[in-house]
Design a protein around this ligand. Structure first.
Ligand code: PMP
Length: 453
């Protein structure tokens, strides 16, 4: 009990305190600005997650370009968080910036399509496969709408999700397993519905628990990421995805693949790279280069089923859509990203850099004898402060070490490297430089030197 993740607890505490002080000492202007101007916001931040980072107080960003940020105090930072994937292709890619400037002359939102929208639809199909597309503004919404369609065409009530999953703030997915039983997650604000009436939870990589759930006849859809990226990082067993596909077909459920994070896998996402066959494909965050946009698409047969459902549906609100979705600015950015930013060449650079990073982190871990491991999905790298590989969300929850991770995150930031909050995710953009990657490896190594001294 005097050790956590292989680190002496007293040593960890001392380093955590020192790093928190160093963070604050480097940001007097930020501190003063927050003191002078944050009280208009609920709890002092415009979106409450901004308070959930491990630093003593939020960093105020002054500028971001490529894979770099600078803050109000002039600290220069290599950005491996990249807006938690929203800016996976780098901040303000030139083609996207240009598309924004051009579209800005011509209206920002009108609730009508454009010719450019038609071209974007063709590009989506070229990149991701033969789906019938809809545009949303967040991946959360895309998943919500996908779930409505799945329930509509199957006539079944529940969604099957995996323990430890995250698909945005979709109510239905906010369940967990407790001693093998599905429960509503404990932390939900103002939750009054029993979510177990809407969802069933199974363990990732456990096809028999999936089949047991499907056999109830209640499951409209399996909603999953190809790789669990929101619970440390859990890779699928080699037969897991073919098993999911077969079981979904056998029991008449739809398979919804949420590529919002695994779009890091390569061109067309994990689905294209690994030949998955979803009924509904969802991707958000970086798909329009950082402009709030998500897309979801139905396999043609599902689209046909949905069309038949709609013919019989009573008139009135469908519960689908939001006013600003599919606006022309989104299409300008979507087209620029799909055609000029999300390219094979970009992915090749990302993959190469991420390999370098994963290798360097793994070497540091081995050199210090830390009982930790590293996982990578294309451009996405995660270090986990516990042994691996992890098989499912239960193991991932046990491997999550908030106090260790918070200390590391702040220490890395003090050495000029920003990684994603809440777990230990790092992304390599096409414009991330080798020397930035090497600096992160060196910083990680030097922090481990102290932690494991
Ligand atoms: N799906 C996955 C797999 C995600 O990781 C996230 C966000 N982390 C979302 C959906 C939701 O994205 P957003 O917050 O942009 O709605």
């Amino acid at each position: 009990a005097d050790h956590i993740a292989g680190i002496d607890r007293a040593r960890l505490q001392a380093i955590a305190a020192r790093e928190a002080e160093a963070y604050a000492a480097a940001r007097p202007e930020t501190r003063a600005a927050l003191d002078a101007g944050a009280e208009a916001f609920l709890d002092g931040v415009p979106m409450h997650w901004m308070k959930d980072w491990p630093m003593p107080f939020p960093m105020l960003v002054a500028k971001a370009k490529g894979a770099k940020l600078s803050d109000l105090d002039g600290n220069k930072i290599d950005d491996f968080c990249l807006g938690d994937t929203g800016s996976m292709f780098g901040h303000s890619p030139a083609p996207v910036s240009k598309a924004i400037r051009d579209q800005a002359q011509n209206g920002l939102t009108y609730m009508l399509p454009t010719q450019a929208a038609l071209a974007a639809g063709q590009l989506l199909t070229q990149r991701f496969g033969d789906f019938r597309w809809q545009i949303a503004t967040t991946a959360t919404d895309a998943n919500r709408f996908a779930l409505r369609v799945a329930r509509a065409v199957t006539g079944k009530p529940k969604v099957l999700v995996f323990n430890g999953c995250y698909h945005g703030t979709v109510d239905d997915a906010m369940v967990a397993l407790e001693d093998g039983v599905t429960v509503t997650r404990a932390g939900l604000t103002g939750q009054v519905t029993d979510l177990t009436t809407l969802a069933t939870c199974a363990e990732f990589n456990d096809l028999s628990s999936v089949e047991a759930a499907l056999a109830t006849g209640q499951i409209a859809a399996i909603l999953t990421e190809p790789v669990m990226t929101n619970s440390c990082m859990v890779l699928p067993d080699p037969d897991f995805h073919t098993g999911l596909r077969d079981l979904a077909t056998k029991y008449g459920a739809l398979l919804i693949i949420d590529e919002t994070h695994t779009i890091s896998s390569g061109l067309g996402g994990y689905t294209r790279v690994h030949g998955l066959e979803p009924d509904i494909f969802v991707v958000g965050k970086c798909v329009a280069g950082g402009m709030p946009t998500a897309v979801w698409g139905l396999r043609p047969e599902v689209a046909a089923q949905y069309a038949r459902y709609n013919e019989a549906r009573p008139s009135g609100h469908s519960g689908m859509g939001t006013t600003l979705s599919a606006n022309p600015m989104q299409f300008a950015c979507l087209t620029a990203t799909l055609s000029e930013v999300m390219t094979p060449k970009a992915y090749a650079r990302m993959e190469k850099g991420a390999k370098r990073l994963a290798g360097g982190l793994a070497r540091a871990i081995a050199a210090h004898g830390a009982p930790w491991h590293v996982v990578r999905v294309g451009a996405r790298v995660e270090f986990i402060c516990a042994p691996g590989p992890l098989k499912n969300g239960t193991e991932a929850a046990a491997a999550h070490m908030p106090s260790v991770e918070a200390t590391l995150h702040t220490a890395l930031l003090n050495r000029g490297c920003l990684i994603a909050p809440f777990h230990n995710m790092m992304l390599i953009s096409p414009v991330t430089k080798k020397r930035q990657i090497d600096r992160l490896i060196t910083a990680f190594d030097s922090i481990l030197t102290e932690l494991f001294a």
